[in-house]
Design a protein around this ligand. Structure first.
Ligand code: PLP
Length: 451
């Protein structure tokens, strides 16, 4: 797939790095023309650790986790914040989530294995997936995973069979598609009716299946789950979903005499990828969600359930940046200007996949205005391989260090070895210290599995 044609009328914004506002991790600052994050000079870090490199501002990550806990629990005491590990996962992130008292959402056996190997308590794990294999389900149940989100009738029967064999009662949620259309990109909209996920409410299918679940041995239907999409700015979408879900809980109580004690509203809060994005704050999101659940319960005389939210992107995206080194410059007059970096679709597939936008800066010219419009292309054998299309950048030269903001979510976890590219290391920076939390892949790693 080719790149979209360059918009030649687009003008540089002349912003310097610190003008980029919300996309910056919270400790970003410029000293002597260099970008510092967590008190560490990004240009120097790039030289020491090599590029491409994922860097996380640990203070920013911790702040967002704590802010989620504070914003929800100050309004709704019985809230658990469940870190959606598919957004970003390594052992260091799992340990921070554990230390701060978050729960963890995993979407299969691999993410579960990472969580367990980092010592995360299984009872605080929620397992997702529309087609967890029987092996993955058994791994989860043997480990003692607290909640498994059931996505289909076939899976319900599978879980019951395994739980019976293991002599346990498995706590489950049923994933419901509330039919709420979230105002976001079509490919990441999952709450609408045409979805491979969950039980549809259409024709009372979900309601009928609740009856089946209540009669199924070896499972305990603890609650319902929904996830209406991702990168959502419209708080009313979350409020609508909460109302539909509480309405469903009331219907189950009235019809089956069973009041579930938990409600998991999934993730989906959007973040600023470009400086002009204005997503709701975590605090505004919490206010909207908590008040919607409270009002919906009061209207139906339901006791307040334990509430779970599953943020992924809004916890990690702005904490993370990617560093690259400029290798090649190519100007195609009347077409576009290419700045080629030493990574691309292998470490960030979102641009090729969704035409995602990002703000770049030059870490070693961070105080200079961004006076050119460029496309940051990667090094892969694919015309659509780009990290940034048509965005302002300072005048780049070979050897400059590019920093792309907002890459903390869905980049490392979607990374590939396309063209034999070793996946980047992950470095956490904090208080002037940099620690490698995932080492860079080696060439040997690339063929270590070949027999
Ligand atoms: C992807 C996903 C999340 C996290 O979504 P974000 O948009 O990253 O917050 C949470 N729950 C489920 C079930 C998901 O699939």
């Amino acid at each position: 797939m080719a790149l979209p044609a360059s918009d030649l009328s687009k003008q540089p914004d002349n912003r310097t790095t610190m003008d980029l506002g919300r996309v910056l991790p919270c400790t970003a600052e410029v000293r002597d023309g260099h970008l510092f994050i967590g008190g560490v000079d990004m240009a120097e870090l790039a030289r020491e650790e090599g590029t491409a490199l994922y860097v996380f501002d640990e203070a920013d990550l911790r702040w967002r986790m704590e802010e989620y806990l504070r914003a929800f629990r100050s309004r709704y005491a019985q809230t658990d914040v469940v870190y959606a590990s598919k957004a970003f996962l390594n052992k260091a992130a799992v340990r921070i989530a554990d230390e701060l008292g978050l729960c963890l959402d995993v979407s299969g056996g691999g993410e579960l294995a990472c969580a367990l190997s980092a010592g995360f308590p299984a009872e605080r794990v929620v397992m997702h997936g529309n087609n967890k294999t029987p092996v993955e389900l058994e791994e989860a149940m043997r480990a003692g995973v607290g909640r498994i989100v059931v996505d289909s009738r076939i899976e319900l029967a599978r879980i019951s069979e395994i739980a019976g064999r293991l002599g346990i009662t498995q706590g489950i949620f049923m994933r419901i598609t509330p039919g709420v259309e979230a105002d976001t990109h079509e490919y990441i909209r999952t709450g609408c009716e045409d979805s491979k996920f969950g039980f549809t409410m259409k024709d009372d299918f979900a309601y009928t299946c609740v009856g089946t679940a209540l009669e199924t041995p070896h499972v305990h239907l603890a609650g319902f789950h929904c996830h209406i999409g991702s990168q959502i700015f419209a708080l009313h979408s979350f409020r609508e979903a909460a109302d539909v879900m509480v309405g469903f809980m009331a219907r189950v109580r009235d019809g089956y005499g069973h009041t579930v004690e938990e409600l998991d509203l999934g993730g989906g809060l959007g973040i600023a990828y470009v400086a002009d994005d204005e997503p709701p704050t975590i605090d505004e999101f919490a206010e909207g969600t908590c008040s919607a659940v409270r009002e919906a319960c009061e209207a139906r005389d339901l006791p307040l359930p334990r509430l779970l939210v599953e943020p992924g992107r809004s916890l990690v995206a702005n904490a993370g940046v990617t560093l690259y080194t400029v290798g090649i410059l190519k100007t195609l007059p009347g077409i576009r200007k290419f700045v080629a970096v030493d990574g691309g679709m292998s470490d960030n597939i979102r641009t090729a996949l969704y035409h995602a936008d990002y703000e770049p800066t030059l870490a070693n010219k961070a105080d200079q205005p961004r006076t050119e419009i460029v496309t940051l292309c990667g090094k892969h054998c694919e015309s659509g391989d780009a990290v940034v299309v048509d965005m302002p950048l300072q005048k780049a030269e070979v050897g400059d260090i590019v920093c792309v903001f907002g890459t903390g979510a869905y980049c490392a976890t979607m990374a590939s070895n396309y063209n034999g590219q070793p996946r980047p290391a992950v470095v956490f920076v904090r208080d002037g210290e940099a620690r490698v939390t995932t080492r860079r892949e080696t060439y040997e790693d690339l063929y270590a599995r070949d027999l």
